[in-house]
Design a protein around this ligand. Structure first.
Ligand SMILES: *Cc1c(COP(=O)(O)O)cnc(C)c1O
Length: 365
């Protein structure tokens, strides 16, 4: 059997008729960028997340850097962010000229809340939490720290659509929630897309202006903005997927719980669950000191895996200028050496799950 780490075509065939109907509707409408589908999607996504406003954008990275731009976080400012995140989180900070200050992750791959306060300086303006792999960070503690120290709180929710902490959706804890709808995400488009969520009317209003060349009224430009418009086709298709979000999320949780139950092998460790948080399994990430051997073993059986992520941001070539070296963030570096994402996608058959479980359980060095 051949099993890929992700199968985005399965997600399409799950609701093929609805997607095709919506695509034709948009194609025939004659209106392709920032229209009724975008407006409807923004309303429906805000309602889903439980925030007052949603503004559709072109990508998750745009959501991040525009959030900091609008909050006024830039040159000379520091932003705390976890050292094991995807590099886009860090780029959202550095595009604005602000400095990322890394905080090591906890055992659940989120920012280690107990290590945040040590890193706060006079220059700290914001905390960026990343609900990595689909599990919320320790939000009670983090919200209290942000409040006490008068810091902005921004959430990178690119991997956490539908994930909650204490029953509250990620994307509603901070000043801004930043989402990506890249096809592989838990709420994926058929191309690029992103959005922010916020309860702050001014932030939402500014975001609408920034995404469209800094103009509210066409050709009257107020600020140097950007082109980060969401298109009608993506918004329409996202609406279809969003209408099934509950069953899609439950399906992933079911697969994750089956892995939890049936994977049994001392050669690797299963993901830990944070109390008060539901894991929506953007990725199912195991950890092993025998990663190369395990990858080869699975590959021989036709099972593909991915490493999220092999190089932590502080060691990326792009950030050489920050002057970090190997050993500066040992926890993130250890995770980078040991993590492995096994197949996990909507539309994964029970037979495929069984095959993956049996292959993993059969691994011996
Ligand atoms: C995917 C992702 C992003 C970036 O989203 P794009 O839509 O690809 O720009 C940012 N942060 C995290 C954690 C992601 O997984």
């Amino acid at each position: 059997m051949k099993i890929m780490p992700n199968r985005m075509d399965r997600g399409f065939y799950q609701y093929q008729e609805e997607f095709e109907k919506k695509a034709l509707e948009v194609l025939r409408s004659g209106w392709y960028v920032l229209g009724n589908e975008v407006k409807q999607f923004e309303e429906e996504f805000a309602a889903y997340v439980g925030s007052k406003y949603c503004v559709g954008l072109a990508s998750g990275l745009d959501a991040l850097w525009l959030a900091f731009r609008i909050l006024g976080v830039g040159e000379g400012d520091e932003v705390l962010v976890q050292s094991n995140t995807y590099i886009a989180s860090v780029m959202g900070i550095t595009i604005n000229g602000a400095t990322p200050v890394f905080v090591e992750p906890d055992a659940f791959y989120g920012i280690d809340a107990s290590a945040i306060e040590d890193k706060i300086t006079d220059k700290t303006k914001a905390i960026l939490v990343v609900h990595l792999y689909g599990q919320a960070c320790e939000m009670d503690t983090i919200c209290a720290i942000a409040k006490k120290n008068n810091l902005y709180l921004v959430e990178d929710c690119a991997q956490s659509h539908g994930a909650c902490y204490n029953g509250q959706m990620t994307g509603t804890f901070g000043d801004v929630g930043c989402f990506s709808f890249y096809p592989s995400k838990n709420l994926g488009a058929f191309g690029d897309g992103g959005a922010i969520t916020t309860d702050n009317a001014e932030v939402a209003e500014k975001m609408r202006i920034y995404r469209n060349y800094g103009s509210e009224k066409r050709y009257y430009n107020m600020v140097v903005g950007t082109n980060s418009r969401l298109d009608e086709l993506q918004a329409g298709l996202l609406r279809v997927r969003l209408s099934h979000m509950q069953e899609l999320t439950e399906e992933k949780i079911r697969i994750g719980e089956r892995y939890d139950r049936e994977l049994k092998n001392d050669a690797f460790a299963l993901p830990k669950r944070r109390e008060h948080a539901n894991h929506v399994f953007h990725q199912y990430v195991i950890r092993t000191k025998q990663r190369d051997e395990l990858i080869r073993h699975l590959d021989e059986k036709g099972i593909g895996t991915i490493i999220h992520y092999p190089i932590p941001p502080h060691l990326a070539q792009a950030y050489e200028y920050l002057g970090f070296k190997k050993g500066d963030y040992p926890v993130a570096e250890q995770f980078a050496d040991e993590v492995l994402s096994i197949p996990m996608y909507n539309g994964m058959t029970e037979e495929e799950q069984t095959y993956v479980i049996e292959a993993l359980n059969a691994f011996r060095l």
